[in-house]
Write a protein that binds this ligand. Structure first.
Ligand code: R5P
Length: 297
């Protein structure tokens, strides 16, 4: 498949190429006032084409994705596949406090308005967003990558750092043979960007534990969860999270914890840092597109 990449996913060029994608070039030009224009640098025939880009905090990334998709459509590809490795704003799937809005659902409406043959996302943040995207979305999961990478360390328990991710922890547990035990932390957010782990439901005493989350932002959710499982007697702790934002001091915060390894994917750009192991989300995209191709053959 031919792929056009927005600026948000340039870090995936090498992995995508390695997995056999034919990467196409496009360019952005500017009007005097800063307005952006988008131009493909090659002609498209009737072929299978996708556009890949993440929705980052800067809304420009969403606009780039929509515009590049539109330009590809206008240049001969009726409904290009749309691949969104990281969907920002998904944490705003409901108003947090009076006077706020469900901005995440607004982003979903925008994505759905783009005419794509397939919309592919990786580890969607919440059921609310997942439901809002049905039936158009195909969701890929990093769980098989985590299971494969972590199986050599013989984990015994998967811990969700909050009640919301418990179903995913169960799914990860089911990828091991025999299945792992599952536990979860009762988390509170006294204010935005802070977390308190109140209590642990489940037994981790003397066990090797994976704490699984979808996002690492400030890292405070995982810091709290690690402290709690260590206090509860865990023998060894591994962390796994699909979308590693690592805002501010998050890397430092996490690398000073008593954990053996932090497994993340490259849905977002990553730099090498102590204990962090980066798994390749481009592999998930390749597998999904190969599967779709066999279905339509
Ligand atoms: C929350 O619902 C998410 O699943 C993550 O737990 C959260 O986004 C992590 O944020 P932070 O790293 O800032 O605690």
């Amino acid at each position: 498949m031919k792929l056009f990449l927005t600026k948000s996913v340039q870090h995936l060029r090498t992995p995508l190429r390695k997995h056999g994608f034919d990467l196409c070039e496009s360019e952005i030009y500017h009007f005097a006032d800063g307005e952006r224009g988008y131009r493909l640098k090659e002609q498209l025939l009737a072929e299978s084409v996708g556009v890949i880009g993440s929705v980052l905090p800067d809304p420009q990334s969403l606009f780039d994705l929509m515009a590049l998709h539109q330009v590809v459509r206008e240049n001969g590809v009726e409904e290009p596949t749309l691949i969104v490795p990281y969907l920002g704003y998904a944490r705003q799937d409901r108003p947090g406090r009076p006077g706020e809005g469900a901005i995440g659902l607004m982003v979903i409406e925008i994505l759905q308005a783009i005419k794509s043959s397939h919309l592919i996302l990786i580890d969607i943040h919440s059921d609310r967003i997942r439901k809002a995207l049905q039936p158009t979305v195909r969701e890929l999961s990093a769980l098989p990558l985590f299971a494969k990478a972590l199986s050599t360390y013989l984990p015994e328990v998967v811990v969700s750092p909050d009640a919301g991710y418990l179903s995913r922890a169960r799914q990860l547990s089911g990828l091991f043979n025999p299945h792992l035990e599952v536990a979860f932390v009762e988390k509170e957010r006294p204010r935005p960007n802070f977390a308190i782990a109140r209590s642990l439901h489940g037994n981790v005493e003397g066990k090797t534990v994976i704490i699984l989350d979808d996002i690492i932002d400030t890292g405070r959710t995982l810091v709290e969860a690690v402290k709690l499982v260590v206090r509860s007697g865990a023998k060894k702790v591994y962390l796994a999270a699909t979308h590693a934002i690592f805002s501010g001091e998050a890397r430092k915060r996490l690398s000073s914890l008593p954990v053996e390894g932090i497994f993340v994917t490259n849905t977002l750009p990553q730099i090498r840092s102590p204990k962090v192991r980066i798994l390749d989300a481009a592999l998930l995209i390749r597998n999904a597109l190969q599967h779709l191709a066999t279905l339509s053959a």
